[in-house]
Design a protein around this ligand. Structure first.
Ligand code: FE2
Length: 189
């Protein structure tokens, strides 16, 4: 664990929590408010040295930049063309590249959620994000997936809560999902 407390990271975390609290579900307001604190992090050349080890969900390289029970700031590394599978959260997430470039898709469910293992998704936003560009997920619009368009792409994710132990991973083309419990997979619910 890093001994030093970085004031920019701490300020950014504090501001993110304040915005979430103040604007609740107002995506555009929260996003607007996050631009400056996120820019502060993206502009830090030494950000990686301030992070600590974390076991990744999808990627080999995952690091905590900040953690408290109400907010985790997580950095991940993706080689070019690697893809983060479409998943949901049950909580909010703000995502920006730190280095590189990503193609990010945000989805919402358009079926009734009545058939286990079945899900119909609709793309509500598809964007190419540069460092500092923010995508914000707020339930129920909290399903997303992305891919790295450049080598050595790093992302910074702000998560309102740790990932659920049980999460859904969607296959939008097949209108289906799988459930992952920690390390194992099962169908339906
Ligand atoms: Fe996510």
């Amino acid at each position: 664990v890093s001994e030093e407390v970085d004031n920019d990271v701490r300020e950014c975390a504090r501001e993110a929590l304040r915005l979430i609290d103040q604007y609740e579900g107002d995506v555009s307001k929260i996003k607007e408010g996050l631009v400056a604190p996120v820019r502060l992090l993206v502009d830090k050349p030494d950000l990686l040295t301030l992070s600590v080890y974390r076991e990744g969900n999808h990627v080999g390289f995952s690091r905590y930049l900040y953690y408290d029970p109400g907010l985790a700031i997580i950095m991940a590394h993706l080689p070019k063309d690697s893809t983060i599978p479409v998943h949901d959260h049950g909580g909010w997430e703000a995502l920006t590249p730190y280095r590189g470039l990503i193609r990010h898709s945000l989805y919402r469910r358009v079926d009734e959620d009545s058939v286990p293992g079945h899900a119909r998704l609709e793309v509500i936003e598809e964007r190419v994000l540069n460092p500092g560009d923010i995508s914000l997920l707020v339930p129920p619009k909290d399903i997303h997936g992305w891919s790295a368009l450049k080598d050595d792409t790093y992302t910074i994710a702000f998560l309102g809560a740790e990932f659920d132990q049980t999460r859904r991973y969607y296959q939008p083309d097949q209108e289906s999902y799988l459930i992952r419990d920690q390390k194992s997979w099962r169908t339906g619910r």
